[in-house]
Design a protein around this ligand. Structure first.
Ligand code: BG6
Length: 510
């Protein structure tokens, strides 16, 4: 048992004031000069330090090609923390964190530089008391995973021992199809056992996503209705208003389905559709997600149950923005989709016959992620004709972001002398109900990785199952060539509306 598990085992379960604090440890970030590290990882590490959740002697090591001194690295991390941290910037916290920082210069295939890194970590173990416990964060393209894992192994930095743990945290994309994901998993697992691999899906770090489990399994109200007897269909939407300027290197040739459906949206589907886990321990939770993912498949024919689009120039609010093929760095003939929608089916007693519609897109009307569970109409309505004309279907809408909360839509009598019924909303909002501010997803996930808490990290099997679901859709699209255009600022291509209309459904306008 490591120190933290002792602390957790000894504490009074009623006392929620005792925070979960990481034990002696440090983190090495590969790709520390990249966008993700600057915008998310470094601010999250500062926030954790500021909240007192990192060990006093925490060490942070950057590894990269830049010719940086320790002072240059400190300056860079400081700027990132000042610009991106959620919590207040405090000099004393910063100074303590900065004392444990080092930068090691090198390429990913450079034996000597990795030997330097090993020596640096050893030194920090002595001076900072990190006790040989290291997390390696690979915020780098997956084609460099092999080189880095090999070097970590060669220089003796990968093996956990009785006394010291070594973990690897990896960022998507985990491959571009089932085959490449499997290869990548084999390659990482050849060096780090699965129990030491933490794959980041930052949606699982969001409070509102974890709340799906609270909503379903802490209450008696919803679960009896959560099945095909009552649910008509489910819509999972992740809409963004931003375009892809500056992201051509990553995005061109990848597209919306690989970028977010394979990971974030399929994970949301798993949490909404899975059976109740026996407990929230990693193995129990992952077992339920795996079971439901095994039963999930695209609805056929895929040509009719899916849609893809690419944004063209248009008005985004008051700004006129360029189309994807005019964005810097994109191929002017790019066939990359910036909008993707698909219909999935779950072959289980609970969900047979209930379509799960997933959609995501860039340059849509507004930024919103939500899950709408839409219910069937009441079997009989004893109202006069016309009185329920404004009554839609009941729905429970989990608003993941922004405006975090849960909304329930149902029919209510319109005040007056007739029995007219119209849709109304009952709304729970995080900001009104709680005084606590939600931590950033990366704060939660980095802390959990340091604590060896793997519930919120998808396993290799989950990743491969998600690709198994998506691959047939991607193959169908490959044959289709150019995606349908949609104007920036709208809600996507016409094909997406048609895909739902075939089942007599319409997308919600969030
Ligand atoms: C990332 C995708 O995983 O999630 C991006 O690669 C997307 O394309 C981002 O913009 C959205 O994250 P969030 O937390 O802002 O919804």
């Amino acid at each position: 048992m490591n120190n933290n598990k002792w602390v957790n085992a000894l504490r009074d379960p009623q006392d929620k004031r005792l925070p979960r604090i990481a034990g002696p440890s440090g983190m090495v970030i590969f790709g520390v000069t990249g966008d993700l590290a600057r915008r998310k990882l470094l601010p999250a590490i500062y926030d954790l330090a500021n909240r007192g959740l990192l060990p006093a002697g925490f060490a942070l090591v950057g590894y990269g090609r830049r010719d940086w001194s320790k002072a240059d690295f400190e300056h860079y991390v400081r700027e990132a923390a000042v610009a991106g941290a959620r919590t207040e910037f405090r000099e004393n916290v910063w100074r303590r964190l900065a004392e444990g920082m080092e930068f090691v210069r090198g390429n990913f295939d450079d034996d000597e530089a990795f030997d330097n890194l090993a020596a640096t970590l050893k030194n920090l173990d002595e001076t900072r008391g990190t006790a040989g416990n290291w997390a390696y964060y690979l915020s780098i393209p997956p084609d460099s995973f092999a080189a880095v894992c090999h070097q970590l192994e060669r220089s003796g930095m990968a093996n956990s021992t009785e006394k010291a743990w070594r973990r690897v945290i990896i960022e998507k994309p985990f491959g571009h199809d089932l085959e490449s994901a499997h290869e990548l998993n084999c390659l990482v697992n050849a060096v780090f056992p699965e129990s030491s691999v933490f794959r980041i899906d930052h949606y699982l770090g969001k409070e509102t996503v974890q709340n799906i489990m609270a909503l379903r399994f802490a209450n008696q109200l919803f679960e009896p209705l959560w099945n095909s007897n009552y649910v008509d269909h489910v819509q999972i939407t992740m809409a963004e208003d931003i375009g892809l300027g500056g992201r051509a290197g990553y995005y061109d040739g990848i597209g919306a389905a690989r970028d977010v459906i394979q990971n974030h949206l399929i994970q949301l589907l798993a949490l909404v559709a899975m059976e109740e886990p026996i407990s929230f321990t990693p193995s129990q939770l992952q077992a339920e997600k795996i079971k439901v993912l095994r039963a999930t498949q695209p609805s056929y024919p895929i040509e009719e149950s899916s849609a893809r689009g690419q944004y063209a120039a248009g008005w985004q609010g008051s700004e006129y923005v360029r189309g994807l093929r005019e964005e810097d760095g994109f191929d002017p003939d790019s066939t990359t989709e910036t909008f993707a929608a698909c219909t999935l089916e779950i072959t289980s007693r609970r969900w047979a016959g209930v379509p799960f519609y997933l959609r995501t897109g860039k340059r849509l009307g507004r930024r919103v992620t939500e899950i709408a569970v839409v219910f069937k109409n009441a079997p009989h309505q004893p109202f006069d004709e016309g009185m329920t004309a404004s009554l839609g279907k009941n729905a429970i809408v989990i608003r993941v972001q922004p405006d975090e909360g849960v909304l329930i839509r149902f029919g209510s009598k319109v005040p007056g002398s007739t029995m007219e019924v119209r849709d109304v909303n009952m709304d729970f909002s995080y900001s009104e109900s709680f005084t606590e501010e939600s931590p950033e997803a990366y704060e939660r996930l980095i802390l959990d990785a340091l604590l060896d808490e793997s519930s919120l990290f998808p396993t290799n099997e989950e990743v491969e199952l998600s690709w198994r679901i998506l691959d047939p859709i991607l193959k169908t699209w490959e044959r289709e060539g150019q995606p349908e255009e949609y104007a920036a600022g709208t809600w996507g291509p016409r094909g997406a509306e048609e895909m739902l209309a075939r089942n007599g459904h319409t997308w919600r306008r969030p």
